[in-house]
Design a binder for this molecule. Structure first.
Ligand code: FES
Length: 162
């Protein structure tokens, strides 16, 4: 009888030992997986992918005279004046960086955030924006495509005649 109790006690001890060993192994495994994940995150490059600064906007004939066309993915307006020449304007408001909207019924570019307004040449006509919308370099490439380079800000008088 005493032997049976002793054996049951051993079984209980074994199952308790097994239980605590399992918890210990589980905790070590979780810590190891966490360490590996953090190391992997630390070693991988933390890069923000942005669209290229230079892009093809289309062919001149795609833009009627007197038009303002938003290249939404690039946040740039392709403007073709009534006289036929081109220029590219940033669509990013110079106040706090909201994306502006072209309002054809009013003939202005308006910022939805704090009410800045710009004319089609990018000049501020109302609101808190401190500067005009920047004008970017635009050229015609060998294939007859308009190419805008957002890394090159040009003067407010710069236009492209095609
Ligand atoms: S961000 Fe455009 S007016 Fe403030």
């Amino acid at each position: 009888m005493d032997k049976k109790i002793e054996e049951k006690g051993k079984e209980g001890l074994m199952s308790r030992r097994f239980f605590f060993e399992s918890i210990g192994l589980g905790a070590i495994s979780i810590a190891a997986i966490g360490s590996i994940a953090l190391t992997g995150e630390y070693l991988s490059p933390n890069v923000v992918r942005e669209p290229p600064m230079k892009f093809k906007a289309g062919k001149p004939e795609d833009f009627p005279a007197g038009s303002v066309t938003l290249a939404a993915d690039q946040k740039v307006y392709i403007v073709r004046a009534k006289e036929g020449y081109f220029y590219a304007l940033s669509a990013v408001c110079t106040h706090l960086g909201c994306i502006t909207n072209w309002k054809p019924e009013e003939g202005i570019i308006a910022c939805p955030c704090h009410g800045s307004k710009f004319d089609t040449e990018g000049n501020r006509i109302a609101g808190p924006a401190p500067r005009p919308l920047p004008r970017f370099s635009m050229v015609l490439d060998d294939q007859g495509q308009l190419v805008v380079d957002k890394s090159l800000v040009v003067s407010e008088e710069t236009t492209l005649k095609v």
